[in-house]
Design a protein around this ligand. Structure first.
Ligand SMILES: Cc1ncc(C[n+]2csc(CCOP(=O)(O)OP(=O)(O)O)c2C)c(N)n1
Length: 276
């Protein structure tokens, strides 16, 4: 008897020949990506997003790697440079809907300056930053988001620094949308990404994610189930929290929700306004 071909409803968004992914078992990137694809699928079937105008851009890292599995125009560029690449693409063709996907290292460390200026300009793009608290691809080194006191391979006595709260940073600038979800709340990733896709200006979504191999295992969480349930315990949903409430602390908790929603003119609109 011939085996029935298994077709997943999201297969049309993927380069299925490239599967399986490089991701470890229990990695949160797949949860985040599938939630984003469900939102995109909805937008495409409603006719509010043209799939031929979607451009995914990523830098280097496990999270950055995710775009290589997508059946879209994608650009996998230098570490930290996804945002400036997307800026160039949108300036050349303002019809593009640019989505930047990357890790907390890629977006907030080596790419931090680009992030600041793109948010300050309210530049037309959606940025999804996967925060797994470390540099996963290179072996679990300290990242700007690593919580205080936590072991990483480069802070064996515990991280002496307090983490960078990227939600507060981007929210203090001119971004139109600033939200944080977690892979333990995939429905919120889907909801926020769905909303962000239809907005103008700079839209930033931080997705707090499990990394059982390079974060969890190093801090004593034995497997991916333990990593997932520990993260789930720490995540606190708030309805429309203020930026002041955007706590991201491994011991005290991680507040998720929609922190900022504005409708300010985007960079392309402002540019058209001054162009004679
Ligand atoms: C210019 C440059 N510097 C450093 C590296 C090494 N490197 C590769 S991935 C990475 C960080 C990955 O961390 P993150 O962006 O958080 O992504 P993750 O793997 O955790 O998803 C670094 C430092 C590089 N590839 N290029």
């Amino acid at each position: 008897m011939a085996l029935a071909m298994h077709v997943h409803p999201l297969d049309k968004h993927l380069r299925v020949k490239r599967l399986p992914t490089i991701f470890c078992s229990g990695c949160g990137i797949g949860i985040a990506l599938s939630a984003m694809l469900r939102a995109l699928d909805k937008r495409i079937s409603e006719g509010s997003v043209n799939p031929n105008k979607v451009l995914w851009v990523s830098g280097i890292g496990c999270s950055g790697r995710a775009v290589l599995y997508l059946n879209y125009d994608v650009a996998h560029v230098l570490h930290g440079r996804a945002i400036p690449f997307a800026i160039g693409a949108v300036l050349a063709n303002p019809e593009l809907k640019a989505v930047v996907l990357g890790g907390d290292g890629d977006i907030a460390a080596i790419g931090g300056n680009h992030l600041i200026h793109a948010a300050k300009r309210n530049f037309d793009m959606v940025v999804v930053m996967i925060t797994n608290f470390i540099y996963a691809m290179t072996g679990g080194q300290v990242a700007p988001t690593t919580p205080y006191g936590v072991y990483t391979t480069t802070t064996p006595a515990g991280n002496p620094e307090y983490p960078l709260n990227v939600i507060k940073l981007v929210g203090a600038l001119n971004a139109n949308y600033v939200a944080r979800a977690s892979v333990t709340t995939p429905h919120l990733i889907e909801q926020y990404f769905y909303k962000a896709l239809a907005m103008r200006g700079f839209r930033f979504i931080e997705v707090v994610a499990t990394c059982p191999e390079m974060f969890g295992r190093h801090i004593g969480l034995r497997d991916s189930v333990e990593m997932f349930s520990e993260l789930k315990k720490r995540v606190v949903y708030r309805h429309r929290p203020s930026l002041e409430e955007a706590m991201i602390d491994w011991e005290k908790g991680i507040v998720i929700g929609e922190f900022v929603e504005r409708n300010n003119p985007s960079f392309i609109e402002l540019l058209r306004g001054v162009k004679k």
